[in-house]
Design a protein around this ligand. Sequence first.
Ligand code: GLN
Length: 535
Amino acid sequence: MTKYVFVTGGVLSSVGKGIVTASIGKLLQARGYSVTAVKIDPYLNVDAGTMNPYMHGEVFVTDDGGETDLDLGHYERFLHINLSKYNNITTGQIYLKVIERERKGEYLGRCVQIIPHITDEIKSRIRFVAKRENVDVVVVEIGGTVGDIEGLPFLEAIRQMRIEEGYCNTLFVHVALVPILEVTGEQKTKPVQHSVQELRRIGIQPDIIVARCRVMLEDEAKRKIALYGNVPIGSVFTSYTVDTIYEVPLILEKQGLGKHVIERLNLEDKEPDLADLEWFVEKIRHSKKRIIIGMVGKYTKLKDSYISINEALVHAGAHLGVKPVLKWVEATNIEEGKVKVEDALSGVNGVIVLPGFGRRGSEGKITAIKYARENNIPLLGICFGMQLMVIEYARNVVGLRNANSTELNPKTPHPVVDLMEEQTKIKQLGGTMRLGAYPIDLVKGTIAHSLYGKDRIYERHRHRYEVNPKYIHKIFAYGLKISGLSYDGRVEFIELSRKEHVFYIGTQAHPEFRSRPLSPSPPYLGFLKATLNSI
Ligand code: GLN
């Protein structure tokens, strides 16, 4: 029988609830239990795909093509598993389903209500994941903050699940912020007290409270949280600030959280094996040599916009014993002449041209690509980044003046990047890109092939445009090579040979989504290695 751990959040968002959720999963997994994780997002969007990464953070893509919340990325990286689109439940999905059913008359004349119809649909989706993945424990994170109107039906659903699944099969964990007053240095527990009260008001008594605080909670603060939160003092833990997020499971384990969860769920305790994380955290700690990476993009103010790329660099860096330091380069500033490209990229050891959409900033990115190509600076182009590498090459080496992508200029004389054939018939925006993992055949003898060491790989995708098949023979006759193709002939990897450039690789895929602490993504590893060699 599957057990459920429900994680709620209090006081503020962005207190690391996703990391605590992933950490609890990890502590169970370390004891030999099979685990999966679900993220619930109480917004009305059906998925994260239609949301602006500048406001909401990265859209994480699953193997099966789900456009999901970035927390799924944390779960995958901590738990070393591949999740599915079913692991991200949104209010939009729930209402869509219930209303569709109502239109079909499936409710047999009854009045359709939030309780029980919406809550039933929520519960059935959570249980569906448990059944589909057949795991020992499902860790379910309820997004947002307790007290939000949007979150109420989800909290009601998990309250009902406690009754239906039983006390020993369900666990409520509440993660909330404990601020420290600057003047007195005092740890203030009142916000936590209030958020727990809010939870209890709707019938949920947390079993465990995890305080998010800059430092370890003092005994006095712990005592207060226990007293007012109505839990034993041994059920209060601290998620304090650490150098790397991968340390969080280790500090929680040290405080006894793993054992506590196990006992409460009536599972047999086993010696946890966290050697992989311990090794990885040690590696990060000893990676002192700084490598400066110019991150050329458009949403550079919100670092979460490219979180999987940041993490892929952390993974690759730890393996090489280097510390990637990110220098965010706003492409629009180059484009508008506010900064010169040589100043924007001064001192960088390598450049990543980030994924993206739309015209704004694209010429700035192309300028940065030209600069990196001509000055032999290691360059990795991801998705849109690769498309812009092709455009730059077509313009400046092949001599196709004003070459462009039809996404950026529909009237370009040379549409070297164009909408994919099957996309021309699509009218709806949500969930209609080329999404998820597709096989890529790597060309023997290329750098891409040597990085992966395989003929066929699988990487995830999220795009509507591609290198225009009609231009392939024109562009790839001047040195730039195709090093990876899909089975239906799409350009998936491009590169310049080592003789021409120290490292110049672009991919239509998003290899960062499959990067894990212990198995870093090959293109990111290769890229960082090249930056090291070129210092
Ligand atoms: N805008 C480009 C496309 O749709 C690239 C998308 C991306 O970088 N994820 O093809």
